[in-house]
Design a binder for this molecule. Structure first.
Ligand code: NAD
Length: 505
């Protein structure tokens, strides 16, 4: 049997429960349908056939979940940090034990290829381990001396929080947001994306199976404008950790205003990769390709704008086009596949529309630019490179969120920087040069939250993750996550009988 057929057989076994029983909400430790009884179908992007019928939650379900999270907060937040550490490690162990199942279900639900999803499941476990180890110290603060005064800061969990996640790598992103919230002592209501809801239900099942008390984590499926909106407006929910599009972030900020919600946003990007002629061009090309064509290009930190020094522009883009044309497109469960189908016909339509736009804007399609007739007939498109582009074109300004790269020439460092920063977004930037001084200068001047020099995106969990400008608010990673999920308190203690102003004698 071929590796693909073997994987398909396994995937069907893992999906059987979803096909039979659908996906329910999970509130206070119980699987429940939506209060209204409504459901929606989750389709596979491979063949556009339904995989599961999913509970379509709304305001009533969010209210129940928020109440459950509120009721569970006192006990969970008071639990010793070392106990939380133990529990979160147990969740990580349980994720590892079911990593294959998670990866297969995620591939079938999102179209992301198994070669990347198997790592994403394990990375999810790493997220839990990382924050588990920090849980005992989450409340720690500083001692700050002043004349006649000792100030002691400490942190406490903010309360029940809402987590809203997108569809691109849903399992990994959910762990990235939920693990620090739990480690900090918060309870959670999670609203996953409607396009890819399956692995969120596996994740909560795994967590409760590993011993997480009921109500600490609750899951409500549904649409953004309904369940998502209700979550952002609920008075019991103290903060919203959101990953998704910039315009949704704008809406959430408005929706949360009435309850003065604390918000943390990880939003879109149109990230430049700047290639100077003095860089290791082979490595630069491989990194640029990896960052735009892995994960189907449905990646917030994708290197979607390729800025190349004019003297090497033609040869470098020819190299990228040639490598892009050799990328394997196929069924996501085929171990050889790099690019699988895009998440949904709606998204595919959006991505395909940029091919006509590129032509009408006067760019050249140097690779791809067409749909691909892949197995199952789903949302496959060919890895695409636009050349002869200018930064004021829409193909250079808008987040396409597919395997589509726009290459723009620059004549010198100043022009590279001005092009790189001429965007509403500011998530990530990549700089390729062998001149360390220039690397530092350019990194300093780039308007983005994260810069990688001579590297693709390699995450180190203690470092801050997040964007500037329209790409986000706040940072995750290291201690930054705890700062979001916790309130900081300062206690000032007089250390001497200082003179107190006497009013009234
Ligand atoms: P999206 O904004 O459409 O949806 C994200 C989530 O928000 C979904 O769960 C959706 O149901 C919910 N939502 C929609 N409207 C809402 C509302 N009014 N109130 C509350 N919730 C609402 O994003 P998407 O299309 O699912 O994901 C792709 C986007 O996510 C891209 O822009 C990508 O760059 C971004 N993203 C960013 C990061 C990052 O770390 N910066 C990571 C991954 C994805």
């Amino acid at each position: 049997m071929s590796a693909l057929n073997e994987n398909l057989k396994k995937a069907e076994a893992y999906l059987a429960r979803f096909r039979e029983k659908g996906v329910l909400n999970r509130i206070n430790g119980e699987n429940v349908p939506a209060a209204s009884g409504a459901t929606f179908e989750s389709i596979s992007p491979i063949d556009l056939k339904p995989i599961a019928s999913v509970a379509c939650g709304g305001g009533d379900d969010i209210d129940r979940a928020a109440r459950a999270a509120k009721a569970a907060f006192a006990e969970w937040s008071a639990l010793d940090g070392t106990k939380r550490r133990e529990l979160l490690h147990a969740i990580a162990d349980a994720i590892v034990a079911r990593a294959e199942e998670i990866a297969f279900v995620e591939s079938m639900d999102t179209g992301q290829s198994i070669r990347f999803m198997s790592k994403a499941a394990l990375r999810g476990a790493e997220n839990f381990r990382f924050f588990a180890d920090r849980a005992p110290f989450a409340r720690d603060g500083e001692a700050l001396r002043a004349p006649n005064q000792l100030n002691v800061t400490s942190r406490s969990p903010i309360g029940p929080v809402g987590i809203i996640t997108p569809w691109n790598t849903p399992f990994m992103l959910s762990t990235w947001k939920i693990a620090p919230a739990l480690a900090a002592g918060c309870t959670v209501v999670h609203k996953p994306a409607e396009f890819s809801p399956l692995t969120a239900s596996l994740l909560i099942e795994i967590a409760e199976g590993a011993g997480l008390p009921k109500g600490v984590w609750n899951l409500v499926n549904g649409f953004g404008e309904d369940a998502g909106k209700a979550l952002t407006e609920h008075p019991a929910i103290k903060a919203i950790g959101f990953v998704g599009e910039s315009r949704t972030g704008q809406m959430i900020m408005g929706q949360g205003a009435g309850t003065l919600k604390r918000v943390h946003f990880e939003l879109g990007g149109k990230n430049p990769v700047i290639v100077f002629a003095d860089s290791d061009l082979e490595r630069a090309a491989d990194a640029a390709l990896f960052m735009i064509y892995s994960l189907n290009g449905e990646r917030c930190t994708s290197s979607s704008r390729l800025l190349v020094e004019a003297s090497i522009y033609d040869s470098f883009t020819a190299k990228v086009a040639e490598k892009a044309s050799r990328i394997r497109i196929g069924h996501p469960l085929d171990p050889e596949t790099v690019v699988g189908p895009l998440i949904h016909p709606e998204h595919e339509k959006k991505v395909l529309s940029y091919f006509d736009l590129a032509r009408s804007e006067g760019a050249t399609i140097a690779a791809g630019g067409t749909k691909y007739d892949g197995p199952g007939g789903g949302c496959y498109i060919v890895p695409t490179l636009f050349t002869n582009a200018r930064n004021d074109m829409r193909i250079a300004q808008e987040e396409i969120f597919g395997p589509v790269l726009t290459a723009i020439p620059f004549k010198d460092e100043a022009e590279a920087l001005s092009i790189a920063n001429d965007t509403d977004y500011g998530l990530a930037g990549y700089v390729w040069t062998s001149d360390i001084t220039r690397a530092l200068r350019v990194s300093d001047a780039l308007e983005a939250g994260m810069i990688w020099v001579n590297s693709e995106n390699v995450r180190h969990l203690p470092t801050p993750f997040g964007g500037a400008k329209s790409s986000g608010l706040g940072r995750d990673g290291g201690d930054w996550s705890f700062d979001f999920y916790m309130e900081t308190k300062n206690v000032a203690i007089a250390t001497a009988p200082h003179a107190i102003p006497k009013l009234g004698g």
